[in-house]
Ligand binder design. Structure first.
Ligand SMILES: *Cc1c(COP(=O)(O)O)cnc(C)c1O
Length: 284
């Protein structure tokens, strides 16, 4: 596999480097690509079916759908009930994942949790279950590959940054590169919740620095400053996602000073539906 390239961007008179993990594939990219490294390198005949579950606009869902198409594995994805508006949408991650062959199963809200917990018990030998968002010990190897690429590219920068949902990416990256500082910020929940999620995977090393957001943001809600940050980075030459990256950039610009290598976490394919929501909400 080829290493992803680096781009330079300047923001507020500061220079940043960006590791372009968004460029691997339109649907299978960013940290989801890294997290699926082990499965992507598993022989096709080892599995027949992949099961996962979670939100309907999840980037992980779309990446798994793209992987399963490549691998000719059946992909079954469980969610809570989905609105008819969303089912009929002809753009966005959910639509795209179905085009890639994903079988979608809705579970009644009252059954959802217990059913998901039982998947592991009822699954067959040729089925692999990916936990929500790919927060899984098997993600570690793919992030070690990313760490090796960063070392080999030797760009002279010793601070990295990447935004967190489950924290899997930032945690495994920090563990693989103890000589680097790794900045992250919680985009789902607060700092305490992020730490709790990370601790379920491994101890948090001292080179991992969690920046506190300047304001309490709710995941997937719309904020004018997120849209402005998105536009600013896009004008500077790189498009980022609208769910995670804006919070990371806002925190970096306010709370750091040194030159940073930002690890692009992907998710750009979800922008079309996010931009549609932004224009609906703020054009009135
Ligand atoms: C999933 C995702 C994240 C969060 O990754 P974690 O490993 O769960 O912390 C960040 N950015 C984008 C674009 C994502 O799709």
């Amino acid at each position: 596999m080829q290493a992803s390239p680096l781009s330079k961007i300047s923001l507020e008179r500061r220079e940043f480097l960006v590791k372009r993990d968004d460029l691997f594939d339109p649907f299978l990219s960013g940290n989801k690509y890294r997290k699926l490294h082990v499965l992507l390198n598993t022989p096709q005949n080892r599995y027949k079916k992949i099961i996962s579950y979670g939100g309907t606009q999840s980037n992980a869902m779309l990446a798994i759908a793209a992987m399963c198409k490549q691998k000719k594995w059946k992909f079954v994805y469980y969610t809570k009930p989905v609105s008819s508006v969303q089912k009929e949408q002809t753009f966005g991650n959910f639509h795209q994942a179905k085009l890639l062959g994903m079988e979608h199963i809705e579970l009644d809200t009252t059954l959802y949790k217990d059913y998901i917990a039982s998947l592991d018990v009822i699954k067959e030998e040729d089925t692999y279950i990916i936990d929500q968002g790919g927060a899984d010990e098997s993600a570690r190897q793919g992030l070690e590959v990313l760490a090796q690429e960063i070392l080999a590219q030797d760009c002279g920068v010793t601070s990295l940054a990447t935004p967190s949902g489950t924290g899997t990416t930032a945690l495994f990256l920090a563990l693989a590169l103890p000589e680097y500082k790794v900045y992250t910020t919680p985009c789902i929940g607060d700092v305490a919740y992020l730490k709790e999620q990370m601790l379920s995977l491994a101890n948090i090393p001292s080179n991992l620095i969690i920046l506190e957001p300047t304001k309490k943001y709710h995941f997937a809600k719309l904020y004018p400053e997120f849209l402005a940050m998105y536009q600013k980075t896009k004008t500077a030459g790189v498009e980022f996602d609208l769910l995670y990256a804006p919070a990371m950039w806002l925190a970096l610009l306010a709370q750091t000073e040194e030159k940073i290598l930002y690890i692009h976490s992907g998710g750009v394919s979800g922008n079309e539906s996010m931009l549609a929501r932004y224009s609906q909400k703020f054009s009135r």
